[in-house]
Design a protein around this ligand. Structure first.
Ligand code: PA5
Length: 445
């Protein structure tokens, strides 16, 4: 049974008709993905991954149990695809103000803020912590810098040997500086398979180990992904997938260049961040692709609402709608009713939120901002697993329909090359000279 439904009622008929004409292309892209015959086919290991994780999952659970028994905090070091999957799942499954009984999980290495690192260092001095350093390439600058710091902190507290027992490296099987370091120091390791790229790695140890350490049900998460994999790729239950892929492509082709992932439950903020990386890095190339961003409603209706209703008409929304309330909290009656809210007395806040969503969908459609609605039954580990797998599949198909390789990210290198040159990394001297000349002329301006 499908756990996700996609509705396109808030899109003009002509665009929906256009979307229907794209179905043969979407179907072809689906076949290309499953048969692993398209551009970047060497990175399609994620497609059947949820069906072959049993052994790795038990190793992940064993390691998580060991880490939980020796430390209270897990410091997860990674960036991009080596960070966002775990962060998205944790934010969604944790309570807003409570977490399960497992380890606290903190993230670092996903930016270069010295203040953040210094404050985290100060916080960890008195805590019992372990480290999961994650980098597929094993050479990414941001996590490498963070790992140098926090490894030293752990070693200074416990000594090298005991610290090594608390460090788990998730990296390539054979290549990269992190693999070399892990082998030299004797860290536990998990492997990121060659055929799985960073942004498609949430169901590998990259995403699963931090989630297991926190104490969430990784079996249920993976079962949700597996159920979605079976339904999309084996049982032919493709209606939601094809609708989403065809509708966003039809909207793009008819002038909507921005897709906002809208959510009415704030705990989905990092699902939106993860989704942003997934689609942004997969589609944004060769001068093509939707610009993707996330928006928290109703919060952002009070900041972006004006633009969305009446600004430039170049965007559409994909709205994640959760059926089952996470809370049944209702609004009370107030005798004086000075705030005039008694007309809501007895209604649940979930209901008010839902009416806000329906009202906004209608208003935005009238204002020329169409919406695709993605309906999810509930927000538990199983459904989150299904949702993330659904998006990964939709992204692969979308990339193929767009005519790009959805599994590379050559554009990400440009800033790194300049940064290395400006930091005087050996081998980048010529580039450094050109950049300094340009910076010099900017200063003169
Ligand atoms: O999707 C990707 O491949 C990237 O976003 C990477 O995940 C990110 O750059 C981090 O790379 P690495 O895991 O090699 O440190």
């Amino acid at each position: 049974m499908a756990t996700i439904r996609v509705h396109t009622t808030y899109i003009e008929d002509a665009v929906n008709d256009h979307a229907k004409t794209l179905y043969p292309e979407v179907e072809k892209a689906h076949k290309t993905t499953v048969d692993k015959t398209g551009l970047g086919h060497e990175f399609l290991g994620w497609v059947d991954l949820p069906g072959r994780m049993d052994e790795t999952l038990s190793a992940i659970e064993t390691t998580a149990k060991r880490l939980r028994s020796i430390a209270d905090v897990l410091v997860v070091i990674g960036i991009g695809g080596s960070y966002l999957g775990a962060k998205a799942v944790l934010e969604t499954l944790d309570g807003y103000f409570t977490t399960p009984d497992g380890m606290d999980v903190v993230f670092v290495g996903h930016h270069l803020s010295a203040a953040y690192m210094e404050e985290l260092q100060a916080t960890l001095v008195d805590k019992s912590f372990a480290i999961n350093v994650i980098s597929k390439s094993g050479t990414t600058t941001e996590p490498a810098i963070a790992f140098r710091f926090f490894r030293r902190l752990l070693e200074s507290k416990l000594g090298k040997a005991e610290a090594a027992e608390r460090i788990v490296a998730t990296t390539d099987a054979t290549k990269g500086a992190l693999r070399t370091l892990a082998e030299r120091e004797g860290y536990d390791t998990f492997v990121i398979d060659d055929d799985i790229g960073g942004r498609y790695s949430v169901f590998t140890p990259v995403g699963l180990l931090p989630v297991a350490c926190r104490g969430h049900d990784v079996n249920a998460l993976l079962a949700g992904a597996k159920a979605m994999m079976t339904s999309l790729h084996h049982a032919g239950d493709t209606d939601a997938l094809y609708r989403y892929v065809a509708a966003r492509q039809a909207l793009y082709q008819t002038g909507k260049k921005v897709e906002l992932l809208v959510y009415y439950e704030p705990k989905l903020a990092y699902v939106a961040e993860w989704w942003k990386q997934l689609f942004g890095e997969s589609e944004g190339k060769d001068g093509k692709g939707l610009f993707v961003a996330g928006a928290a409603f109703t919060t952002d209706l009070h900041s972006l609402g004006q633009y969305l209703q009446a600004g430039e008409r170049h965007l559409f929304e994909t709205v994640v709608s959760i059926n089952k309330p996470l809370s049944t909290l209702t609004i009370q009656t107030d005798e004086a009713d000075l705030d005039g809210l008694n007309y809501l007395a007895g209604k649940s806040i979930h209901d008010v939120n839902r009416h806000a969503m329906d009202g906004t969908l209608l208003a935005h459609a009238e204002g020329g901002t169409p919406s695709i609605v993605l309906e999810l039954e509930r927000l538990d580990a199983h459904h989150v697993g299904a949702l993330l797998y659904f998006f990964m599949s939709a992204c692969a198909l979308s990339g193929y329909v767009l005519g790009v390789n959805p599994f590379d990210q050559p554009g990400v290198e440009a800033y790194k090359v300049n940064m290395f040159a400006l930091l005087d990394k050996p081998g980048f001297e010529a580039r450094a000279k050109t950049l300094r000349e340009r910076l010099g002329s900017n200063e003169e301006d």
